[in-house]
Ligand binder design. Structure first.
Ligand SMILES: Nc1ncnc2c1ncn2[C@@H]1O[C@H](COP(=O)(O)OP(=O)(O)OP(=O)(O)O)[C@@H](O)[C@H]1O
Length: 283
């Protein structure tokens, strides 16, 4: 669906924000895009939505260059940005004006989501709180039913109940034809939602793996001091949370925070283990 090939990007004042990024995003997946502050996540998402253009290499959607900004392409991509300005009109007027650009928009789905988020169509958007505005955009972003949905820090500004509501509506909205990319630092908010992890570091793509493969090859937990074989990264001294090559250990739930820290600290080692297909026993 979306492919980047040797994608390179820099701003005039920030050299090498993205270097030779090769990605292939497929339908039916929810990708978590992670990286430290300033590693280029928002920049990459803006390139994927056609708001910024690669300096070299390319970014294509169903074989078409996104930077051409053809209507056939843009009608199937929706971006929920981290920062946004919304007009001083009612939610209903916003829906009326913007939905025409998206042929798969479902009015019923949008108004059901609004109800779920406790919002009313006649409310004026500029009078809403930041979190409520974000919910309008999330509801609209889901209801446009684009093949590609890009979300930059979608849970920023949402209260605790709304975060679990977000997970619930997202899980219900994904289908085999859609591809969703969520960039966030709030890894706990994505718990049980994403099925693929992408990590950027030093302007490069350092990790790109499905959670199935992570589960198969890595073990997360608290290993005792006598169980340190295959240790890749530990959060503390012996007995702290750690990530290991799985080897013959039982399957564990992926700890995204530990995975992220492990990949940043030991990228080569983790990637080597991920490439082995024998539960890490050769490492
Ligand atoms: N408009 C701009 N002009 C110049 N430099 C920019 C601009 N926008 C971003 N940058 C720089 O590009 C780099 C990547 O920024 P970007 O916003 O893509 O990172 P990010 O990974 O999304 O960060 P965060 O996690 O803090 O949101 C940073 O060094 C940032 O300072």
């Amino acid at each position: 669906m979306l492919t980047t090939n040797k994608l390179y990007f820099n701003y005039p004042t920030s050299p090498s924000v993205l270097k030779s990024i090769n990605l292939e995003l497929k339908p039916g997946n929810i990708y978590g895009l992670f990286g430290k502050n300033g590693e280029g996540k928002s920049t990459l998402i803006k390139i994927m939505s056609g708001l910024l253009f690669p300096k070299s290499g390319n970014c294509t959607f169903n074989g078409r260059s996104i930077q051409q900004r053809e209507p056939e392409t843009l009608q199937d991509i929706f971006l929920i940005p981290e920062e946004f300005e919304l007009p001083s009109i009612s939610i209903k007027a916003f829906e009326h004006i913007n939905s025409v650009f998206y042929p798969n928009f479902s009015k019923e789905q949008f108004y059901n989501l609004l109800e779920e988020f406790h919002l009313k169509p006649q409310q004026i958007i500029s009078n809403l709180s930041f979190g409520q505005k974000k919910k309008v955009l999330i509801a609209f972003g889901i209801a446009v039913n684009t093949q590609l949905l890009l979300m930059d820090e979608p849970t920023n500004g949402l209260d605790i109940p709304s975060k679990s509501q977000f997970r619930k509506v997202m899980a219900a909205s994904v289908d085999s034809g859609k591809c969703i990319v969520i960039s966030t630092h709030q890894v706990r908010d994505l718990h049980s939602l994403i099925n693929h992890v992408i990590i950027l570091d030093n302007a490069q793509l350092i990790f790109d793996e499905s959670l199935d493969q992570v589960t198969k090859m890595l073990w997360f937990g608290r290993a005792s001091s006598t169980e340190q074989t295959g240790l890749i990264y530990s959060e503390g001294a012996f007995g702290g949370r750690s990530v290991h090559a799985r080897m013959d250990k039982e399957e564990t739930e992926v700890d995204l925070e530990l995975l992220f820290n492990g990949v940043l600290n030991e990228p080569a080692r983790i990637n080597q283990i991920m490439q082995n297909n024998d539960h890490g026993t050769r490492v």
